[in-house]
Structure formats: C-alpha cells, structure tokens
Design a protein around this ligand. Structure first.
Ligand code: NOJ
Length: 758
C-alpha cells in the first residue's frame, strides 16, 4: 500500500486519481487511452498490449479476459483493465446469457421501470463474466428507417428515448457502480447518428447545431445528468465535422456545459476514419492530435494512436495537459467502478481454478432473469389491428379445453379454435427473433451458431399454448424470406383450409437489419406479401381470421400485409422468450399493452415519417401517397377500449419556471382489464422559429379493471416547452400552447386545452 498510496480506499476518488497519475510515466498514460478489440488481434498481440498497460479491451469473454486481467495487474502499477462489451439487449454476445427484446422492442413498453430491470439483469450477467462496461444504452433516434440500426434505438422520440435510456443507465450503474453486480453504462452514439443522410450508416448528418441541441442533445444531456459514466462518439460527421473531431460537441458542450466528468470513447476505428474515410489527416500523428484536442479520451481499435501520441509528446506537438485530463477521466471511472477495491471485479484466475466462477455464471439466463425477460417481451408487443371476423374480434383465441387456463376476457368472449395453422418464414426463426447484437452476429458473424439456451420461437410458443388448451397446430414455412415460392405458398394455403385461425409470421431476418445493413427499399422481401394475400383469400372464403405476426428489426412496408390481415401483431426482435409472450397474448392469457415508439411508413418513399415534423409542406403529402403514416407514433390497441374525458390543468396561466399538473380521466369501457399508456403532447401556437406539429412531453401508465375509471396526473415542467433559437439558446417564449392528452399521437386521439405562458 505504501508504494501504491492510491489503493487506500478511504481517500476521495480525486486524490486517488492524482496519486496514481503522479506515479505514471507518459507512456503508461498514453497506454491507458488505448482500447484493443480482442476479436482482431492475435492472443500474443493482446498479451503484449496488456503488458504495455492498455487501458481497455473489448469483445473479450471467459478465460481470455481473465488472462489479460492477470497480465495487467502484474504490471509495474497494476492498473486493472476495464473490459467493454456490446451488451445491447442483454449480455447476448455470450451464448447462453439472457437475450432480451431489442431496444426498439423494449421501447414499445413505454415502461422505464421495466427498462431499469432489464438493465439490472444485464449488469448482473456482464459482471458475472468479469466485464465492467456495456456499450449501451443507445440514445440515437430513428429518423430515417432505411438506416440499419433502427432496431438498436428506443424509437424516434427524444423524450421517450431519454426516459428509457436513463432507466437503463440506472439499471446498470445503480447508486454505486462499484457494487459487484453493477456495471458502467455508455451513452451512444454521440450524436445525431440516426439522422445520417439517406439512412446510410456512418454517413454525414447534415444537421445544424440548432437541430442538434433541439432534437438530439436532450436525451444525452439527461444521461449526463443521470450520472452515465461514459459516452461514445459516433462514426459520422455532423455537418462535415466528424464526431471524433468535434471539439465543440465533445469538449464545449458535453464536458464543459453539461459538466460530464466521465470519459469519452471513440467508436470503432474513428481515429483511422479521420485518415482513411474522412481525410481530415493523412497520418496517425495528425489524426491523433485532432482526436485528443477534440476531447476523445479513449481510442477504440486504432492502436496506432499509441506510437503516434508518443511522437507528438516528444515533439511537443500536443498539449500534455490534454493527455492528463483524458487519463484522469479514465482512472476516475475505474476507481468509481470499484476496479481497484472490489476483488470480484478483477477476475484473474481461470474459470477452472476460480472457486467462485461456477456460482457467478449460474446467473446467466437463470430463472429470475427469465422472469424479467418474459415480462419485457410481454410488454413489448403491440397489437395494431384486430377486426371482427364472423361477429367477433379476430383475437384472442381460446381452445376447447381451456377451462382452468386463465384468460383476460370473461368466458365466452374469446373465439374458440380447434385447429390453428402457423405459417411463415419467421414462425420458427431464432435468428429473426433475436435480431442484431447476439452471438450470431458479434464480434464476428456466426450465423450458424447453435444457441446454448432454450429459445421459444413463435411456433413453439403457439404450440405450447395450444397444447395447454387442446388445440391442434399445423405448421408450414410458406416461403423463404428471400425466394419466390409459388409452390410452397400453395401448400401453405391447403394447410390454412384446415384451420380455424391462421397465424402468419413475416418480417425480416438478420442480414436485413443492423450495423452496415442499411436498406434502400423497405418492401417485404421474397414472396411474403404474396403469401399473406394468398392466405387472406383462403381465410376470407372460410370466414376464419388471418393474424399477421410481425417479426422484424424495424418498421417495413407492411401496407399489403395490413390490408390482407384481420389482425396485426408487432413483436419486433423479442428475444429468448418472445414466442411464449406472443402466444400468451394471442391466446388471451394477457392483454396487449405495447405502443409504437416509431411511426410506420406506407412506403419507403414516404420517409421521413416521424410524427414530430414541422408544418409547411404545400398540401402536406406526396401526390401518390396518403399523408398519414401506416401506423402512428404511440399507436397500439388491446382487448378493451379506453375513453378519455375531463382534461384539466392545475393552472392555465404560468411562468417558465413553473410545473403544471395535467390531469385527465380515463375509463376502461370494454371487456377486459388492461393497461393504458396515457400520452401528453404540446404544440406551440406562435414561436420565433417553425416548431413541430406536436411533441411528446410526458406519459404515464395506468391499469384499469373492466369498467373502472381513474384520474391520472402528469407533471409538465413549463421549461420543457422551450425552443432552441438559431443562436443555440434554449428559451421558453411567452404565448399560448395547446396541451393534448390521449391514446396516441394522432390528432383525433387527443383531448386538447390551452396553456398560457407569461
Ligand atoms: C461499432 C458500433 O458502432 C458500436 O455501437 C459498438 O459499440 C462498437 N462497434 C464496438 O463493437
């Protein structure tokens, strides 16, 4: 301890950081800023970097991380490595750990408490692996749906993304990130990544600083205020300045203005991109200087940074206090995360020789975690259409032997089926159901990997529910996700003729979604539309319902599917237990409760289709496309109906520093108990710039029994009505605003009243 005084855990973190920095050579400091991906170096190279004191590794699991940590702790100063991992929807890169619904799916829950629980589970599993840091939550907004990474977002709205993302940050970090079941969060990708032109991943986001501050910064600012300890700089340029070269955004806004004291990591090879893609520099010394000056603290996967920065220091071509600041930030996070104090955070024994390893690993996909995963999947699914067929809604269905099986509908109300047909390329596809960022795709694609955990696909879920209720299940794939398939469609139709209800699972699959998988055309691939329409013809003749189950990474062109189906049920990438959750809703054991966090286009050419657009487009629509989206932000129905009345404000004239209580009465007028998501929007009547048609400012969930009425209240801080002026100031302008509350973002779904701000 005496020669390592920073190990004294009774000292304040800042003193410990200073003591350690005093003991460090310049080379040791630069090495702390280096992050190595284990997936792209040889084991020997990795060991060499650990001995050199590299501050961090990513994409490393099991014994490899334990070996690297041992080498790091055996160095002169013994500074532990901080291990990062892409735990985006669960610690899903570890085959056998819990795979949650994607962020986009989870966003359908509009439920921050659930997002926090998902974060806690993920933290426990990542920590059990001996890792410390998840590269999530993703605070990007889904603005152009051609972008491959829409599935990773919490949807299109900054307010909703901020609330859900910060809940995940809480779930990961808790009150004390040093607790052995907590990890460090990373708010990414800073910033405006989802606005890349044409939905092209990592391409220029041509947005002004005004727009950045207005639309994209608020969720990140909330993350900084919530204590998120790291941020990741995006790949893309903002109006021609790459995020990792953007001093204004990294230093001035994030660090100085928002007071962020954690560290910024670049995205994958952002430094190399400054040279090879963006041509801001033609060598690593210039590139490294730009990256350091802009405010990147840790450099992911451009290890050339190390030698280049040593040379810069030697030539006094970079300010050494910038290096000190970066290293202090990294060490601060390592101290806060308990890496110097909590033995379980620094795993150095092999799995075989570590007596605690078995117990730690028992948490992977354990029963308690499956329970939260099931809850998440259940809350993530959105019923979008449920028309009557033969005098009864298409859903839910119930089997002849269902007595004793719990149902949300009073007996006799559900449609009784004896035989169902389950059809479609995504009915039994683990890959489509998982989506991106699992062991199938990262750190290197293993599309043929065999899952080491039991996955309930849509087919299996329906089979289980059917077996419980005495229903026979017929299955046919119907068509492949890509190929034309007249013959197989004919076969599926023959099967459909034997069923009392048909469930068809369509959507996309792994290669059509995710990073570097942008799409120019969001039409359903292969013969999927044809399959659904052919089944629709069979069902219409027989007066049996056709239910489309959507298994997809992001909104696609579903207009034909919706037109042909009696019911439409969106499940996105629902994770390990998606099939069970879906079946429980379709068979009426649970009521649907999800709401869309993203608008659905009718056709790709209608993009962008997000709800919070500005007015002013002549005639407001394309000549050849309806003006409304196929499904609007906030939409989603259930097995009952809700009526809204009596919208009230606690005060109708207020000042910018006030908070208004907005109350509304909601009544469940239908046949079953269910949960409603009450949404609050605001529209500025007159402002000094053009403002959106409406913007989400609050929401809450309320559970209502049949016939029950409740009054709910949502706080509206008047400050949240601020605009951002062309000179980048946030101001609340006096005037009137309409305050709208209701079921979703469509004007007809909302009650409205006027608030005056003095
Ligand atoms: C690139 C991705 O953009 C980012 O989200 C991820 O965390 C890093 N690679 C590390 O895998």
């Amino acid at each position: 301890m005496t020669n390592k005084p920073w190990l004294d855990s009774t000292l304040p973190v800042e003193n410990r950081v200073a003591l350690l920095m005093e003991a460090m050579t310049t080379d040791e400091k630069i090495a702390q800023m280096v992050q190595i991906s284990y997936s792209i170096v040889t084991p020997d190279e990795a060991d060499e970097w650990a001995r050199k004191g590299a501050g961090s590794f990513l994409h490393i699991l099991g014994n490899n991380s334990r070996r690297i940590q041992r080498l790091a702790t055996e160095t002169r100063l013994g500074i532990p490595v901080i291990f990062g991992i892409d735990a985006i929807h669960g610690h899903a890169i570890h085959n056998g750990a819990t795979v949650f619904p994607s962020q986009l799916a989870l966003a359908c829950s509009w439920n921050p408490e659930l997002a926090e629980k998902m974060g806690e589970v993920t933290a426990r599993e990542v920590a059990a692996e001996g890792l410390h840091w998840a590269f999530s939550p993703v605070f990007c907004l889904a603005r152009d749906l051609r972008w491959g990474r829409v599935d990773e977002t919490f949807g299109e709205d900054p307010f909703l993304a901020g609330k859900l993302g910060c809940a995940v940050v809480r779930g990961y970090q808790g009150d004390n990130p040093a607790d052995d079941e907590r990890i460090i969060a990373c708010a990414k990708h800073y910033i405006a990544y989802g606005e890349s032109t044409g939905g092209r991943d990592s391409y220029d986001s041509s947005v002004s600083m005004r727009t950045v501050r207005d639309i994209f910064l608020p969720p990140f600012a909330e993350a900084a205020r919530a204590g998120c300890l790291t941020f990741m700089a995006g790949y893309e340029p903002i109006d021609r300045v790459p995020c990792s070269a953007h001093k204004k955004l990294l230093r001035d806004v994030l660090k100085d203005e928002l007071g962020f004291s954690g560290f910024v990591v670049t995205d994958w090879s952002n430094l190399t991109s400054l040279i090879e893609r963006h041509h801001l520099a033609d060598n690593y010394e210039d590139g490294s200087r730009i990256a350091i000056e802009a405010g990147n603290d840790m450099i992911m996967t451009s290890p050339e940074f190390y030698e280049a920065t040593r040379a810069l220091i030697e030539k006094t071509a970079v300010d050494p206090t910038l290096i000190d600041d970066a290293v202090a930030r990294i060490l601060r996070v390592k101290f806060i995360a308990g890496l110097f104090d909590v033995p379980s955070k620094v795993k150095t024994l092999t799995l075989e020789s570590d007596p605690d390893a078995k117990a730690a690993e028992a948490v992977f996909n354990c029963e308690a975690h499956q329970k939260i995963n099931y809850e998440s999947a259940l809350a993530s699914m959105v019923l979008l259409k449920n028309d009557e067929v033969g005098g009864k809604p298409a859903l839910p269905v119930r089997g002849p032997a269902a007595s004793g099986v719990p149902s949300v509908l009073p007996d006799g109300n559900a449609r009784v089926v004896k035989t169902i047909a389950v059809i479609g390329p995504n009915a039994d596809s683990v890959r489509a159901q998982f989506g991106d960022w699992t062991f199938f795709t990262h750190p290197v694609p293993h599309l043929d990997a065999i899952p080491e955990l039991h996955v309930t696909t849509m087919l299996e879920g329906l089979q289980e529910a059917a077996a419980e209720q005495g229903v026979r299940v017929l299955y046919d794939k119907g068509c492949d996700i890509f190929d034309p398939a007249e013959e197989t469609i004919g076969r599926a139709c023959r099967l459909a003729k034997k069923a009392d209800a048909v469930f068809v699972c369509v959507g996309d699959t792994l290669v059509q979604t995710g990073e570097t998988h942008d799409r120019a055309d969001l039409a359903l691939s292969g013969a999927q539309d044809t399959l659904v329409e052919a089944l629709s013809a069979v069902c219409a003749k027989r007066k049996t319902p056709l239910v489309s189950i959507l298994v997809n990474g992001k909104p696609l062109e579903f207009e034909r599917v919706v037109g042909a189906s009696d019911a439409v049920f969106e499940t996105f990438n629902s994770g390990t237990l998606g099939g069970r959750a879906a079946a429980d809703i379709l068979f009426g054991k649970a009521a649907p409760q999800g709401r869309l966090p993203v608008s659905f286009p009718r056709t790709t050419g209608q993009l962008p289709v997000y709800y919070n657009q500005i007015p002013g487009w002549h005639e407001g629509s394309y000549f050849d496309c309806e003006s409304t989206p196929l499904f609007a932000f906030g939409e989603g129905i259930t097995y009952t109906w809700f009526e809204y009345s009596d919208l009230r404000l606690s005060a109708s004239t207020v000042s910018p520093e006030d908070t208004v209580q907005v109350s509304v009465t909601v009544t469940n007028t239908g046949a079953c108990a269910a949960t409603e998501t009450v949404q609050l929007y605001a529209t500025d009547h007159v402002a000094s710039i053009v403002t959106p048609v409406r913007e989400l400012k609050g929401f809450t969930k309320v559970h209502l029994e049949r016939g029950e009425t409740k009054t709910v209240t949502i706080d509206l801080p008047v400050e949240s009505l601020a605009i951002v002026t062309p000179d980048e100031k946030r101001v609340v302008e006096p005037g009137t605003f309409s305050i709208q509350v209701g079921h979703d973002s469509r004007p007809d779904s909302l009650l409205s009243t006027v608030l005056t701000v003095q």
